[in-house]
Design a protein around this ligand. Structure first.
Ligand code: EPZ
Length: 421
């Protein structure tokens, strides 16, 4: 990988208008869902993300024909000649595990390796495996491989998740849509991306009710056809740009938004003193005023404050005079951006899941390194405020979830460029 970095000269107020990309965390399960479809599917509003490209490589490896056309991804999955995903493709992206439910739901057999932990700490899949076994799927978990089969077919089950896991909920839904009988998921994840997946699968002929609530009911059907579907907007990318506007004390209009997906984020921005006006598919923020810290941000499963927005809000809180306490309840290792923010002058102390931020009125540009996707977005956010030049490396992490972050920030007044040595 060539030595690529983002260079930002901070201090510019962001002003203007941006269209928000389709949601990375929706595109991935949707692409997996096309495996169930005996036909052609078209997904619109698909941004250029390396994670989406990785998912397309898995589809092509399975024998589906997957291609991009402008902002859409077209998948022809009439045939599914292969059911094994090689390790090198599984290693590219942790959330590839969500292909398990779809492949086994389509072909009753699947073999894939499962990578260990990632930047955010261990990423267990015990809830996925426990639920799929309840549905009659035999899973041999040895040597880092999952060898799965359903010789007697997949049957519905009543499943209660001990944690409202997004990935586990998606895998269960994908395996249940063509199972014999009814599957009920209790304590299901309620994220908007779950609703988007259910909407798409129902267009394909599935019978899924209750998505978005804690209880999802799936009535198994014989098979699914293809469908056309527009991916929902990316609420975390929207939250990122709202933080960028707030940290530079600017003003911004975001289009292609579902404001209901930001119901936990908007009140925090208002608590800080920002004026925020959600209206239909757009949101306007004005931060041209003195802002103050929100004092406490505790992440929790949707509809609580999203863990994925925690790093960017921490960058913002670092510039607000006063104290903000963060409690990260979802992932055990989601403060890796803290030492990098400290290199800019942020004053943050952490203890396990708690981080205490003492806001400062000055950050100074420095050489900093992204270690994960949202941590990288937090570094860009902070660099927009810092005096002078910041050089951010590790931007391959950012490319996983942000389509052209440099182009978007330049378009609203930031002094930012992408450098490739
Ligand atoms: C999804 O990850 C998202 N990724 C994450 O976004 C997001 O942070 C997370 O949901 C929570 O909202 C995608 O959708 C591709 P979980 P996922 O299963 O499904 C524990 C980003 O930045 N758990 O809801 O992996 C787990 O360890 C990414 O876009 C088990 O213990 O998250 C974690 O503590 C980062 N056993 C908690 O549940 C299991 O079998 C929530 O994980 C599964 C999960």
């Amino acid at each position: 990988m060539a030595d690529r970095r983002i260079e930002v000269v901070g201090g510019k107020k962001l002003e203007g208008e941006l269209k928000i990309q389709g949601a990375k965390n929706s595109i991935l399960p949707l692409l997996s869902g096309t495996v169930l479809c005996r036909g052609e599917s078209v997904l619109h509003n698909c941004p250029n993300l390396t994670d989406a490209d990785a998912a397309c490589r898995i589809l092509n490896c399975l024998g589906c024909k997957c291609r991009r056309e402008n902002g859409s991804i077209i998948v022809n999955s009439k045939e599914l000649p292969n059911t094994d995903v090689p390790p090198e493709l599984m290693q590219e992206m942790r959330s590839s595990i969500v292909f398990l439910g779809a492949i086994i739901g389509r072909s009753r057999y699947c073999k894939l390796s499962f990578p260990g932990g990632c930047e955010l700490g261990p990423r267990p899949i015990n809830l996925h495996l426990l639920a799929l076994r309840q549905m009659g799927i035999k899973i041999k978990d040895e040597g880092g491989y999952l060898d799965c089969s359903a010789p007697n077919g997949i049957h519905g089950a009543r499943i209660s998740l001990s944690i409202p896991s997004v990935g586990a909920t998606e895998n269960i839904v994908l395996a249940a849509v063509t199972a014999k009988g009814v599957t009920e998921i209790n304590n299901a994840a309620r994220e908007p991306e779950i609703v988007d997946l259910a909407d798409f699968l129902n267009k394909c002929g599935a019978k899924i009710a209750g998505a978005g609530s804690g209880t999802i009911i799936i009535e198994g059907v014989e098979k699914l056809g293809g469908a056309e579907h527009a991916v929902i907007p990316d609420r975390i990318v929207a939250a990122t740009y709202l933080c960028c506007a707030a940290i530079t004390r600017g003003e911004l209009m975001l289009r292609n938004i579902d404001c209901s997906h930001l119901s936990a984020v908007i009140p925090v921005l208002e608590q800080m003193g920002c004026s925020v006006y959600p209206y239909k598919d757009r949101i306007y923020i004005n931060a041209k005023k003195t802002l103050h810290p929100p004092h406490k941000i505790r992440t929790s499963a949707h509809p609580g404050f999203p863990t994925d927005a925690q790093p960017m809000f921490m960058a913002l809180a670092s510039t607000l005079k006063g104290t903000t306490v963060f409690v990260e309840t979802i992932f055990s290792n989601r403060y890796r951006h803290v030492p990098e923010l400290a290199r800019l002058g942020a004053r943050i102390s952490t203890d396990d899941r708690v981080a205490v931020v003492e806001g400062v009125n000055k950050l100074t540009g420095a050489a900093i390194k992204a270690t994960d996707l949202r941590g990288g977005a937090a570094l860009v956010t902070a660099a927009l405020y810092a005096d002078g030049l910041s050089k951010i490396t590790g931007i391959e992490h950012i490319d996983r979830g942000y389509d052209d972050i440099v182009g978007n920030l330049s378009a609203i007044g930031a002094t930012v460029k992408s450098i490739e040595n």
